[in-house]
Design a protein. Sequence first.
Length: 73
Amino acid sequence: MAFQDGDLCLVDNAATHTILKEKKYFEYLILTKDNITIISGPTNMIKGFGKANILLPNNTKLGIKNALYSPES
């Protein structure tokens, strides 16, 4: 799925977590509820996880094995 203006993708290089706001990037998605800690403290904003694929503007494909799904991010 091609990355579009206005879409959000958060990447945490230190812990290798990627949080995606849109379901359309997931090749498969396992719905679940999970807690994570963000800068303001713990939150239950994670609604699922799975494999995601993003096509960047320069036609580079970015495959993410364990992306987190958070529609509220």
